[in-house]
Design a binder for this molecule. Sequence first.
Ligand code: PGA
Length: 263
Amino acid sequence: MLNSAAVQRPPWVVGNWKMNGGLSDNEALLSGLLGLLEAHGGGRIAQCAVAVPAPYLFQSMVRLSGHSIGWGGQDVSAEPAGAFTGEVSVSMLRDFEAQFSIVGHSERRTRHAETDAVIAAKAVALADSGLVPLICVGESIQVRDSGKAVESVCQQVQRVAQALQSKALLGKAVFAYEPIWAIGTGRSATPEQAQEMHAAIRRTLSEIDAKAAAQIRLLYGGSVKAASAAALAAQPDVDGALVGGASLEAKEFFDIACAMSGQ
Ligand code: PGA
């Protein structure tokens, strides 16, 4: 039986490939995933998608159209077009039928100095064009050790959520809680830590729009593996996962999607 949260917020599992892959590796990974899904038949599995490097959006569109795996970008510009060397616009993502893009990943916040204001503008640009903004938030280990993790993460959520709400777009958002200390470290947050933060994020969202907050999916990310996915998914406010390293292996990613199916 699906619980009521799973009916209202069908679980979503997104693979963040980061700057990995290549034409032939991607082909092997995607055909492996499609093969596993086909063999699985009608078995229960969370909705899956992959966030691919921009040069491989075309390959993803060709390979995944007509199948149940979605695809999207890892970042996007808030600007529609123009002199922004190296950037990718929302309409370029749309050209390749992307359904979403990650924004505000901690690797971009730290390495590219992205602020909440920049991330909010990107999220609005996506949602305004009908794409899902998958907005990452999270705290460093120093912030967690200082006891300010909830305050810091909820402030990130609030800034982006308010920008979306001012354009009546909040309901289109998905948030991913990714503690920076858990990303790529093999040290996932415990299910209790994830639930505590997800509940706080949902409270923050409900102060802005209670109806939207009940429907917005909150993914957990940070060293998610098949072995840890079911315990995370059992938390009432965990509605899926954003998966980095483990999304590069078809079987592991598939097993995570099965474990996250809300059964
Ligand atoms: P990880 O990455 O699963 O390798 O920890 C998650 C992410 O950065 O999205």
